[in-house]
Design a protein around this ligand. Structure first.
Ligand code: HEM
Length: 486
């Protein structure tokens, strides 16, 4: 009540919470008045905000683009106004932001004390070691690591088509392939331990996904005890396997062998050479970073590709434009890193897909001190929920064609013509912006190039358009496509 009064005194309105669930009941309730997304003749709407976040859309109407809602006993400042976001974040350093404590228990098995979770000087140290590993110079060599799993997936499709089955669930296919790619680029899959880590990480992901908790509600962590225990056990097994991989790698570097050119190899190299300046990561921290890359990196990238294939299936003219670009840039040569940046139209398509269907539908913060925004004060401890889907679909920021697929809006402007430079945030904002965005762009372009070179595709009649928030923004019923070999 004290916190609520303080927020109200500062002028932040919002829906009335009830103890102990806050506004969760209203959020879980079956929503009425939701805009339909599918019409006759297979016409599909991209106007998804009020469909995926009906409660936010409704509260926005009553309380504007900045208000407070409650997950259990935790206040969340909802922000869908980029100007407010700018004023709120100006002057707050990356290291001074917190991540909501209330999510930490749930995220612990996935991220441990990896970059996504750490704060303050710890975050500065982790980010210092990790950022160089993702530089274009280091990523260059990873294009090859990506081609093999992608080619394997396409070879399987060819076999399917040849045996008379041209329908694939692209979401499922690409999630498996992206998992394999991130495991190869993070810690390698060449030995048995790497493969086992990969299998267990996937198992853990499914387990966590199935434990549907009431985040923020007192004692909710004691719900889903079976899944919690299973995730804990898997977490311990994964840690042990990764520890043995890291120890073997360290020994091999110390005995003079060159480090492997994957992210773990680069982090080990950075840690060993920077160790004297106190800017290294411990073995346990390296374990957590490997898990962080896996969980932070593969599903998001798979979803960026999934939504892209939906959009390209609906716009065969853009499939053709991209194929022409690939022909100009790659021709009969083998795809390599320098070619990727020349695939400019593909870059626009990626941005437009990330705008319409942002795999990370929100960014989150927690104030670790009182934050002044003009004459308002956001009290220390307030959580923040930045509604990226709302901003990406706001006609006031993008114009009346906001819900149309128009990749060319990114032709001359990396911000896609958005009226506010903080209105396009697929990778977050400020010092804590996604560290893996270069890797993602590379993977996206490698995989999409290979697909478009070998197949054209259209939407299966079985597709049901139902974008849903299941941690990330996903197609609830997958993405069935009919593929046609070229
Ligand atoms: C389409 C793909 C991706 C999307 C949409 C995405 C999105 C995001 C977002 C929204 C954040 C939070 C930023 C913030 O709070 O301001 C983030 C952070 C992060 N991402 Fe990504 N990401 C993607 C791919 C990747 C990949 C491939 C990796 C690693 C291999 C990765 C690793 C991370 C890490 C470690 C952070 C935490 C950064 C920090 O707190 O300093 N992401 N990402």
């Amino acid at each position: 009540l004290r916190v609520r009064h303080r927020l109200q005194k500062n002028g932040f309105g919002g829906p009335s919470p009830r103890f102990p669930l806050g506004n969760i009941e209203e959020m879980k309730k079956k929503q009425e008045g939701v805009t339909p997304l599918e019409f006759a003749d297979s016409i599909i709407s991209h106007d998804i905000h009020s469909n995926v976040f009906p409660y936010f859309a409704r509260w926005q109407k009553a309380h504007g683009k900045v208000f407070v809602y409650w997950l259990g006993t935790e206040p969340f400042l909802y922000v869908a106004d980029p100007e407010f976001l700018k004023r709120m974040s100006t002057g707050v350093l990356g290291k001074s932001w917190g991540k909501p404590n209330v999510f930490k228990h749930d995220r612990q098995p996935m991220f441990g004390k990896g970059l996504v979770m750490v704060e303050g000087d710890e975050w500065v140290r982790h980010r210092h070691v990790i950022t160089p590993a993702f530089s274009p110079a280091n990523l260059k060599v990873m294009a090859d690591l990506m081609m093999e799993p992608a080619t394997k997936m396409l070879d399987k499709w060819t076999l399917m088509v040849n045996s008379g089955n041209p329908e694939i669930d692209f979401e499922r296919e690409i999630t498996t392939t992206a998992g394999e790619i991130i495991a190869r680029t993070s810690f390698g899959l060449s030995n048995q331990n790497g493969r086992e880590v990969f299998e267990k990480l996937r198992d853990m992901q499914i387990t966590l996904f199935n434990s549907n908790r009431y985040v923020g509600v007192p004692f909710s962590k004691f719900m889903s005890p079976k899944q919690t225990l299973k995730a804990k056990k898997l977490g311990e097994e994964i840690d042990e396997l990764l520890l043995s991989i890291i120890s073997a790698r360290k020994e091999s570097i110390l005995s003079g062998s060159p480090p492997q050119r994957d992210l773990l190899g680069l982090l080990l190299e950075g840690s060993l050479s920077d160790g004297r300046k106190g800017k290294s990561l411990t073995t346990k921290e390296l374990v957590d970073e490997c898990k962080t890359f896996f969980f932070g990196g593969h599903e998001t990238t798979a979803l960026a590709l999934t939504w892209t294939l939906l959009l390209l299936a609906l716009h065969p003219d853009w499939q053709e434009q991209l194929r022409e670009e690939i022909q100009e840039v790659v021709g009969d040569k083998t795809l390599d890193y320098p070619m990727l940046s020349a695939l400019r139209k593909m870059g626009w398509v990626m941005n437009e897909a990330l705008r319409l269907y942002s795999p990370a539908p929100n960014a989150q913060r927690q104030a670790r001190e009182d934050i002044r925004v003009d004459d308002l004060v956001i009290p220390n401890g307030t959580n923040m929920w930045i509604d990226v889907v709302a901003m990406h679909h706001d006609p006031a920021l993008w114009g009346e064609d906001v819900n149309e697929f128009r990749p060319e809006r990114f032709k001359d402007d990396i911000n896609g013509g958005c009226k506010h430079k903080m209105g396009f945030l697929p990778f977050g904002f400020g010092g804590r912006m996604c560290v893996g965005r270069n890797l993602t762009t590379m993977e996206y372009k490698v995989v999409l190039t290979l697909i478009l070179t070998r197949f054209s595709f259209s939407l299966s009649p079985a597709y049901r358009h139902s974008p849903s928030i299941l941690l990330s923004l996903r197609p609830r019923h997958g993405l069935p496509l009919i593929i046609h070999p070229l």
